[in-house]
Design a protein. Structure first.
Length: 452
């Protein structure tokens, strides 16, 4: 860690502990030069880095002061750099724009009734037919069902019988941890297939599709959680071809489809020919004020799916609130949703580029950073001698939090001693400091193991 980074780190620590309170004046440049035995330029660089993070601000002819938003990206007051969660803070979406679309929604729907068809509000589902074409999802209104999110749909599809009359579920390994939890809750018969930086072994996938009674394969083709990768065009197309050939349904979780631009990307659904693919999307990452998503369901599943949705009304209501539906419609019609998605995409592209640059020269024998390609997530695979629990605790002492990938593996025996880092609640200016702390901490633990 460079000296200016150490100065900035120390100031953050004192803000966190309350030594420097919001609005209080920081020590002068000369005081800091004496304290750290450094040049004026080094102190200015530290202060400038904190200004870029909106942690401090300058007053002309006065000095530097503590701002009031240090904890803007924190959910734990002990943590300065939170890389453990993929859930954005509510104010990640402009509050002013959220108020605007909510006002438009309430005005537009003020005479609407809570009585809705099970697909959702007619005007919104009609709008989605055209909107989805921008993402190569070509469908009809009758196939679109509004939902509260992806998790609820995984749960529902796990419970219902499919037209192929098969009963096993195939999961990528690793995958979205809640998908694993759902399978355990319902005691589903589960098979797994390895997912790594290169994607999936298509020969192994064909063997499983051919030899096992798989009703659906749950997959996150892009913006993968926890790997941060996406499948190639060839793999996406071939997976769908195999699914149709062996009558396996694909449960495609494309939760982040409009929030990270990948040139010339088509989802698996695009290759499905309207067969054997259920397409899922959630807006919780982009628009955390509302709980809403949608499922695009193929014709062969429509009868049993509609029946299951109607029955679930009495036990686990799937329909998003009328306000959520109205707000989403207003956000789409006003282009506010698209503008926020594009801005988030640009921000994440910049963060990923810097993240990969910072890890490019790491010793891969000690820690391998799977280069991030898309979305919020990225994975570090640690040397087997490194205790992940110890690493997480040591990082927390330095006010940095990460998460183990253990829960991302349906079978704990397949766990590869990796951790997940997320870009949701950090700013791009923080990445050099974060990556330096991560690597130095991992190296320190590894060297102690080697020398002991």
């Amino acid at each position: 860690m460079n000296l200016y980074e150490r100065i900035a780190f120390d100031i953050k620590d004192k803000i966190r502990k309350g030594t420097y309170e919001s609005g209080s004046k920081l020590p002068s440049l000369h005081t800091m030069m004496d304290t750290y035995q450094c040049s004026k330029g080094t102190v200015l660089k530290a202060y400038d880095s904190l200004r870029n993070e909106h942690i401090i601000y300058a007053k002309a002819q006065s000095g530097y002061y503590v701002a009031n938003d240090l904890k803007q990206y924190q959910h734990d007051h002990d943590i300065t750099y939170d890389l453990s969660t993929g859930n954005p803070t509510v104010d990640a979406f402009s509050i002013m724009e959220a108020k605007h679309v909510l006002n438009v929604a309430l005005e537009s729907y003020r005479k609407s009734s809570l009585e809705q068809e099970i697909k959702g509000v007619l005007s919104l589902t009609r709008l989605l037919v055209d909107y989805l074409q921008d993402f190569h999802i070509y469908t009809k209104r009758q196939s679109i069902f509004l939902t509260q999110g992806v998790i609820q749909m995984i749960s529902l599809f796990t419970q219902i019988e499919f037209p192929n009359h098969k009963h096993k579920v195939l999961l990528e390994s690793p995958t979205f941890s809640f998908a694993n939890k759902i399978m355990h809750v319902y005691n589903a018969e589960v098979l797994t297939i390895k997912r790594d930086k290169d994607g999936i072994d298509l020969d192994e996938l064909e063997r499983l599709f051919r030899d096992e009674p798989i009703k659906f394969f749950y997959i996150v083709p892009r913006n993968h959680n926890p790997l941060g990768t996406y499948l190639s065009h060839h793999q996406r197309k071939r997976i769908m071809e195999l699914a149709i050939a062996y009558d396996v349904y694909i449960l495609e979780d494309d939760y982040f489809n409009d929030s990270f631009a990948i040139p010339k990307y088509e989802p698996l659904y695009y290759f499905s020919g309207f067969k054997n693919c259920i397409y899922l999307k959630s807006y919780s990452k982009l628009f955390p004020y509302i709980r809403i998503g949608y499922a695009v369901v193929p014709d062969s599943l429509l009868p049993i799916f509609k029946e299951s949705i109607e029955l679930s009304y009495f036990t686990s209501y799937q329909m998003p609130s009328l306000v959520s539906q109205a707000t989403l419609e207003a956000a789409i019609r006003s282009d506010i949703l698209t503008n926020n998605a594009n801005a988030l995409s640009d921000e994440l592209h910049a963060k990923i580029k810097l993240l990969n640059k910072m890890s490019a020269k790491w010793d891969t024998e000690v820690v391998q950073h799977i280069p991030a390609q898309s979305g919020y997530y990225s994975t570090l695979i640690l040397h087997p001698s490194i205790d992940v629990t110890q690493l997480i605790a040591t990082l927390k002492e330095q006010h940095l939090s990460v998460a183990s990938n253990l829960n991302s593996f349906y079978d704990p025996a397949a766990y590869d001693n990796s951790i997940r880092i997320t870009l949701t609640r950090i700013q791009i200016e923080q990445i050099p400091t974060i990556m330096t702390i991560l690597y130095e901490t991992v190296q320190g633990i590894y060297q102690k193991k080697v020398s002991s």
